[in-house]
Design a protein around this ligand. Structure first.
Ligand SMILES: [Mg+2]
Length: 386
């Protein structure tokens, strides 16, 4: 079988999403890029990346990546990852490169699965056929009452682990007059509403998306202590390893970070410095399963937990099911709805668990009409929209 790469095409997409919690409805949108790789004998794989500028990704794939990878064997994932590293990040640069590498690597794993007739999670190691989920539902667009209503609705649907955002772009909004102290006060009340809605037995996680300075993050950790937070994700700007380390020691809060990292050395720093309790390589951002597996090995060697952060459960479920050191997968409701617009045959959540498909490759199918349709509508020109 001739598995030499014959074509690489990238599609940008900006996808409107309607969220529904019983009678409650909320509108938002999310952007992404899908990379399609075709081999000489017609095997096709689809990779994916997001939380970046999709138009930049498409330009890099078209003008830099495709001309350099054509003719290479699609199963040579390490060779291809090395070529991409020296092509895009020869001085350790960070940024768009790891998003591109992720989309390419996931497409190669999809091809590997299809030509061997095996799902990616089993090719990664087949540690378990079902993964535990937490559900990210508590977005900033919901007011306090809506948060409580959404949490109660999800609990009746069998959800036992809940994540909500805090911080609300506090540092970014300072120049617009935002007062971080009032944001923190409101955060405490929002967390109180959710904790009361879900009861004591459910797990509750919070995520500041790097929106706080170290002092504000410490204040929030102290004020949230009474609500039994299972982990606080990305509390400080830049995921500064030194400040995260301080925060853990000062407050005892369990911290999680890593969803937007792209270099192994950054993951090693977060793990070895004691900055995090939970490391969060995201397969659609860190360089695909090839890179994420290496992060998992670093974390396992240092007894640091691993969990999905940064959304996109349908790709990350393979990592956490495949590897013995896998952990929680993030059922991020906006990203789930977005993927439903792009793919068919997606697996369904049952309460707080997800059973892995036996379908070869990633196990779901990119709809060609949707890729072309969303690409034709153009992107959002913004990083991390949604
Ligand atoms: Mg996050």
């Amino acid at each position: 079988m001739n598995l030499n790469i014959d074509a690489i095409t990238a599609y940008p997409a900006y996808i409107p999403v309607d969220l529904t919690f019983g009678p409650l409805q909320s509108k938002t949108a999310l952007s992404c890029a899908v990379v399609e790789i075709t081999t000489a004998d017609g095997a096709v794989g689809h990779g994916f990346t997001a939380i970046t500028d999709e138009e930049v990704i498409v330009g890099i794939v078209r003008d830099l990546v495709a001309p350099n990878l054509l003719g290479m064997n699609a199963l040579d994932r390490e060779r291809i990852a090395e070529r991409l590293y020296w092509l895009m990040t020869p001085r350790g640069q960070t940024g768009y490169a790891s998003h591109v590498a992720s989309a390419v690597d996931l497409a190669l794993w999809d091809i590997l699965g299809k030509v061997t007739g095996q799902p990616c999670w089993r090719l990664l190691g087949g540690a378990r056929s079902e993964v535990p989920l937490y559900v990210t539902f508590g977005f900033g667009s919901l007011d306090r009452d809506q948060l409580g209503e959404a949490a109660r609705h999800l609990k009746t649907d069998g959800v036992t682990r809940f994540k909500m955002v805090v911080g609300h772009h506090g540092l970014q909004r300072r120049n617009e007059g935002a007062d971080i102290r009032s944001i923190l006060r409101e955060d405490v009340e929002r967390v109180r509403v959710v904790r009361e809605a879900i009861g004591e037995d459910c797990e509750l996680y919070v995520d500041a998306n790097c929106s706080l300075d170290a002092s504000s993050a410490r204040t929030l950790c102290d004020r949230l202590a009474e609500f039994d937070i299972s982990f606080f994700e990305e509390p400080v700007r830049d995921n500064d390893a030194g400040r995260l380390q301080d925060l853990r020691r000062q407050t005892g809060m369990r911290l999680a970070a890593g969803q937007n990292e792209g270099h192994l050395s950054r993951f090693a720093t977060l793990i070895d410095s004691g900055a995090v309790d939970v490391i969060q390589p995201n397969a659609v951002i860190c360089g695909g399963f090839t890179a994420a597996s290496k992060v998992a090995a670093l974390a396992q060697a240092r007894n640091v937990e691993m969990a999905n952060g940064g959304a996109f459960p349908f790709h990350n479920m393979h990592l956490h099911a495949g590897l013995a050191h896998g952990g929680l997968v993030e059922w991020h409701l906006i990203s789930v709805e977005m993927c439903k617009a792009l793919y068919s045959d997606l697996p369904e959540r049952r309460g707080s668990t997800l059973a892995l498909p036996e379908t070869p490759g990633l196990g779901f199918v990119a709809r060609p009409d949707a890729l072309r349709d969303f690409a034709a509508r153009g992107g959002s020109r913004g990083v991390g929209k949604g």
